[in-house]
Design a protein around this ligand. Structure first.
Ligand SMILES: Nc1ncnc2c1ncn2[C@@H]1O[C@H](COP(=O)(O)OP(=O)(O)OP(=O)(O)O)[C@@H](O)[C@H]1O
Length: 459
């Protein structure tokens, strides 16, 4: 079924310009993908995926053979259609994960990374560069913390672009760390000794925007009692962070574009231009390309701002960052890692975090102060896949193949499930009694039961 196996390109060159953002949505009907092996014994191989069904596993008769000890003989099935790809785990020993989240069935987004044992597979649309950014060995950059593949790619990009002078556009959902990222670009760049000035374009009343950004002279408008430098002048020699740039009214956009092109600013009411030397880092949580298409944002300004682009992935796409982020938040609160139990930590890795790291920070803060009742409700997760019958090895011994953290999390998950099943059976589904017997809070027990699909709706 498979025709060629090609090698990934090398990882040098102009990667600073490689985008790390989500790949474009699938476009039927001419959707073509390939599967790139990013890590594991077969790292570097790619497999073109024509529509069809592919068995992926360590068994020699698989369509895609992965010679990885921690991959089951029949680990995964990929159903490739004209308009998408579905991944089904028929009951692998160590499970299948997408961006750190275990799944049994999943519609795979192009660009997503699937992890099977120690092998990482990326679904890449044909024609896209197969090579990934080399992974930084860092687990932090400035105040940004993360050890997931996605964040280490971002750190590589930041290491490279921080040294340059070009303007940067940071995109990402709210709470993904755009401001921290801008600060980190400043402190790691050549202008770190200069000022770091923040202009929050969503927080400035529209009538004051031009004056805030460009400054004004005395008498330029009612209330202009003296000359005032705008954000560009105040940032001279340093970095100007234009937060929420997508909120900039259309009528101010041409003026900002001119200022960025000329690197000169004219205060409101003045006749002369002042030259500034500033690196501009803009950020938005909006889909700015979409705003350009809808005519809400000027295309020329977008291209001027996005000379270099950094996209911060949402936390739900990198749940493997959660343990480190929890420890970071605890340390910032002056608390030891033991301030949260392993069970609480395991629960926090299940939550989808729509408010991203900001929400995680707030929840950890609340749980530390108020206890586990402050945990958010964990949405239902797919029922865990039972191990295949012919698999005689125990989960415990097999978990030893995995990295320590992952193995520990799996064991805790398994323990929780077994403990709760037994508890519910013993207490005949009576949650209040079960909570008493287990010595845990009833609300918390309900959360755990829901998480493991064991909730019966009893008292
Ligand atoms: N990767 C990260 N590592 C550590 N802390 C983070 C990270 N990302 C975000 N945070 C923390 O989350 C909070 C929100 O971060 P920040 O303000 O930078 O996000 P943002 O993307 O600019 O949000 P918004 O779009 O709402 O302005 C801050 O407390 C920040 O310290």
């Amino acid at each position: 079924m498979l025709c060629t196996v090609a090698s990934l390109g090398d990882e040098d060159g102009d990667d600073a310009l490689v985008r790390t953002d989500a790949l474009p949505a699938l476009r039927s009907p001419r959707f073509r993908v390939k599967l790139a092996v990013l890590s594991g014994p077969d790292a570097g191989k790619t497999y073109p995926l024509a529509p069809g069904r592919y068995r992926v596993g360590s068994e020699a008769t698989s369509d895609i053979v992965l010679p990885d000890r921690s991959v089951s003989r029949q680990h995964l099935v990929l159903e490739v259609r004209e308009d998408g790809v579905r991944a089904v785990d028929p009951g692998s020993r160590n499970g299948s994960f997408c961006e750190g989240m275990r799944f049994s069935e999943l519609e795979v987004r192009p660009g997503a990374t699937l992890t099977l044992g120690t092998t990482e597979l990326k679904l890449v649309p044909e024609g896209e560069k197969t090579r990934a950014l080399p992974l930084s060995s860092r687990s932090s950059f400035g105040g940004l913390v993360g050890n997931s593949r996605r964040m280490r790619e971002v750190f590589t990009l930041l290491e490279r672009l921080a040294q340059g002078e070009s303007d940067v556009l940071i995109q990402g959902e709210t709470g993904t760390g755009k401001e921290l990222c801008a600060e980190a670009i400043h402190t790691h760049g050549m202008r770190s000794k200069g000022p770091f000035v923040i202009a929050d374009l969503a927080g400035i009343p529209p009538q004051l925007l031009e004056s805030e950004l460009f400054g004004h002279v005395k008498g330029a408008f009612t209330g202009a009692h003296g000359d005032r430098a705008g954000a560009f002048e105040r940032a001279h020699g340093g970095t100007l962070f234009l937060d929420e740039v997508g909120e900039l009214p259309l009528e101010v956009q041409p003026r900002l574009l001119r200022v960025l092109e000329r690197r000169q600013v004219k205060r409101v009411g003045a006749n002369d231009y002042r030259t500034f030397h500033v690196r501009v880092v803009a950020a938005t949580h909006q889909d700015l390309e979409g705003a350009v298409k809808q005519g809400r944002f000027r295309g020329d300004l977008f291209h001027r701002l996005a000379v270099l682009r950094v996209v911060l992935p949402p936390l739900r796409e990198r749940p493997d960052d959660i343990p480190l982020l929890i420890d970071t938040v605890l340390a910032r609160l002056g608390k030891p890692p033991s301030a949260l139990s392993d069970v609480t930590r395991a629960l926090l890795t299940q939550y989808p975090w729509p408010g991203n790291v900001r929400e995680l920070r707030n929840v950890v803060d609340r749980v530390v102060s108020l206890g586990e009742e402050a945990l958010p409700d964990i949405p239902d997760v797919p029922a865990p896949v039972p191990p295949p019958e012919d698999d005689s090895e125990s989960t415990q011994s097999l978990a030893l193949d995995l990295p320590f953290k992952e193995a520990k999390e799996r064991l805790i998950e398994g323990f929780e499930r077994d403990y709760l099943r037994n508890l519910v059976e013993r207490c005949e589904g009576n949650v209040s009694r079960a909570a008493r017997e287990a010595g845990i809070d009833r609300v918390y027990l309900r959360k755990l039961l829901r998480k493991h699909g064991l909730e019966s709706g009893g008292p």
